[in-house]
Ligand binder design. Sequence first.
Ligand code: GRG
Length: 294
Amino acid sequence: MDIREYLREKKEFIDRELLKFLPREPEYGKKLYQAVKYSLTVGGKRLRPILCITACQVVGGDPLSATTPACALEMIHTYSLVHDDLPAMDNDTLRRGHPTTWVKFGEATAVLAGDALLNRAFEILADWNFDCERKVKVISEISKASGMLGMVLGQQCDLDAEGRKDVSLKELLFIHRHKTGRLITASLVSGGITGGGSKEEIEALRRFGDSVGLAFQIIDDVLDVVGEEEKLGKNVGSDAQKGKITFVSFFGVEGARKRAEEEVNKAIESLKVFPKKERIYLEEIARFIVEREY
Ligand code: GRG
């Protein structure tokens, strides 16, 4: 099984579906539409939507049935990147290999484009023609993961930690679990709910998501030190420049990689409730996360 081929094929599917979820271009205020479209189509691995549709499949559901939550998750993730890149936050100029949204369209429009993407995500979820009980559960899962006790809280903690030398490993884990981990876990859990997974299966996906989310962030820290700007499509060395404590500060590059591998092994262990043939895709995605160079 070639995981890169699987990821490429699913990414192309998500790229096409995302375009279909864009509303028509308005008569006035076209700049907002263009900034939203630019942010959403300029690149990205589409990891969260792929996790969502793959989780739907692993519990025995039709992966196509998870297209709407998958695209909503990508819209939320993209909004978070657009806002994260703003001068008031990380002040980054390169994202997904292209100028950041604020560089291209100005700060005010970038703020609005992020707002629009977040809203659009919940618009498409609300309009999703699907079993109502599961739909509400999915909306609850995604909104909590991205909101003020989830990703947004993680981002605040990340800002608070900037430049501080006294950040403990406990605090760093809290930041990463919220800023990056919660949305990754929500991607898996919402896919599992959509596919009609049992309580035990959803809990397994949650544990898998928590470990894989942490591994993903640890590798992000590593790539910020040893990665190549060209492959990553974003500025490298920005953590050190901003005085951010990362996993590399605690464990060094090799130590951090080892920690990420341990998390991935833990993640794979959580999948044992699923038949071997079904869980192979999630296992391979977990391995890809530690081996990735972009
Ligand atoms: C602004 C509310 C708000 C939240 C921002 C996710 C986030 C929170 C900030 C992004 C900063 C960052 C670089 C986090 C590290 C992990 C991460 C989310 C990387 C980007 O995700 P990828 O690698 O990106 O999946 P692509 O471009 O492939 O979608």
